[in-house]
Design a protein around this ligand. Structure first.
Ligand code: HAM
Length: 435
């Protein structure tokens, strides 16, 4: 049987590949207006980076990473021999850890001064159970800002994200922006302890995952999808009652900026996100169309003031978000958006016999150099078959080269819609089509 692509991956073809390219460039153009410039980092990193950066107890790290070893080490692993931890690599499950590593490793904060604002796009890999809106390889577009802890960074990032979603055609009334703060290292420990105590006290009525989370990461229990757990956890201690004055003031200022920009949000004290690096602001954008509730987040992010120090860099505040391309596409399809096919070549150069092929080859080159998209026959087809191909490609014009035309230094140009024909001097072909 022919080999198929792995489950949970997708081939982007035609209109979809075209849309992904436009999606990325629309994002980069908008983000550049806010000072974010592109960065491109490896698709795999040392596993340790994700373990330390994202958190060992997170689902993403403990269950969903694709971890690889290089050739020689694979043989060792198969033979049951030890493979050093710095020889283990993982396909990136998200972009933040790698970008923060790159900013630290390349001394970008020293060179350009803070804040460093970067944007990125590309595939991420998570070994999740594939379903609508949940893939094993998916594309994210994201931004990270390093070196500034001012709430204006958080607010402008969130505003930029909402503007982007609207610019690609997702209406504001189909999106909900959820907002929360997780406090910082001075106020979160007390909240963590209080929540842990609550979970332990109610353990008998909570699922096994929540009971386990009491030890590993009590905040993640707030995210539990079990109805029974949600009912009980509705009475759990709330972060807002534990925030220190600095965190309270930071959060209030983020909200004030969003209010001033007219961006509406819903405060949700159970929003904790699935990655352990967050401090203070966290947010997520969910849609009401196309996907069920577990997959309807089209983007999310927040502040991570301790991440760079955690992976061995300087103590540097950070903020960022990432959005999921495939989920945006599903939402757009559900609201009836159209995805145009890649544009057809304007011209097809057809030859009556193979005697004109060399001329067709050089004419095609001249047209392309002049900015006219054109195609010609690469497979020695008959004239009739060349017309068929031109029609299939959607070419608006066909230039016919036969012995008589070549002798007279012209091409017969047929308008494929009206079937009108006119003679055009060969050297004027590109200009004639531009008109
Ligand atoms: P995340 O919420 O894990 O955050 O992922 C961001 C977005 O990627 C999600 O909202 C969703 O649209 C998409 N996504 C995640 N997993 C899948 C999947 N299996 N299939 C399809 N789409 C998916 C992050 O990754 C953080 N790095 C965001 C961030 C940047 N925080 C700070 N800076």
């Amino acid at each position: 049987m022919a080999i198929k692509r792995p489950e949970g991956t997708k081939d982007l073809l035609g209109a979809e590949a075209q849309f992904w390219a436009r999606f990325r460039s629309t994002a980069f153009d908008l983000f550049a207006r806010y000072g974010y410039t592109p960065i491109d980092v490896p698709m795999f990193e040392k596993t340790e980076l994700f373990v330390r950066g994202i958190g060992e107890a997170t689902d993403v790290v403990s269950k969903e990473m694709f971890t690889v070893v290089s050739g020689g080490n694979l043989a060792k692993l198969v033979a049951g021999e030890h493979v050093r931890s710095d020889s283990r690599f993982s396909l990136r499950p998200e972009g933040t850890a790698g970008v923060v590593r790159a900013v630290a490793q390349n001394g970008m904060l020293q060179e350009g001064g803070a804040p460093v604002k970067v944007s990125y796009a590309g595939p991420m890999f998570r070994a999740e159970r594939p379903q609508n809106g949940r893939q094993r390889q998916f594309n994210q577009v994201g931004i990270e800002c390093l070196g500034a802890d001012d709430p204006s960074i958080d607010a402008e990032g969130i505003i930029m994200l909402m503007r982007f979603f609207e610019s690609i055609g997702i209406p504001a009334d189909k999106m909900t922006l959820l907002l929360n703060t997780l406090g910082d290292e001075s106020c979160r420990p007390a909240y963590r302890d209080a929540l842990k105590g609550f979970i332990v006290d109610n353990a008998a009525d909570l699922c096994e995952d929540c009971q386990r989370r009491a030890e590993t990461n009590p905040l993640r229990a707030l995210d539990c999808k079990e109805e029974g757990c949600q009912r009980i956890l509705a009475d759990a201690p709330r972060i807002e009652d534990y925030l220190c004055d600095d965190c309270k003031a930071h959060y209030a200022q983020v909200k004030a900026y969003l209010d001033a920009a007219g961006v509406t949000y819903v405060e949700d004290s159970s929003l904790v996100r699935g990655l352990d690096y967050y401090t203070r602001t966290v947010f997520e954008v969910r849609v009401s169309v196309g996907m069920d509730n577990n997959q309807n987040a089209i983007g999310g992010g927040g502040r991570y003031d301790k991440l760079m120090a955690e992976i061995g860099g300087s103590d540097t505040p950070g903020f960022g978000f990432a959005l999921g391309y495939e989920r945006c596409k599903i939402a757009l399809e559900a609201i009836g958006a159209e995805f145009p096919e890649p544009p057809a070549p304007a011209l097809y150069i057809a030859c009556v016999s193979s005697d004109q092929r060399a001329l067709a080859f050089s004419l095609a080159q001249q047209c392309r150099d002049a900015g006219v998209a054109c195609e010609f026959d690469h497979q020695s087809r008959s004239l009739k078959a060349q017309f068929k191909q031109a029609d299939k490609l959607g070419c608006a014009h066909v230039a016919i080269l036969g012995p008589d035309e070549v002798a007279a230094g012209v091409a017969k140009v047929r308008d494929m819609a009206t079937h009108e024909e006119r003679k055009v001097a060969l050297e004027e072909l590109p200009q004639a089509l531009e008109k």
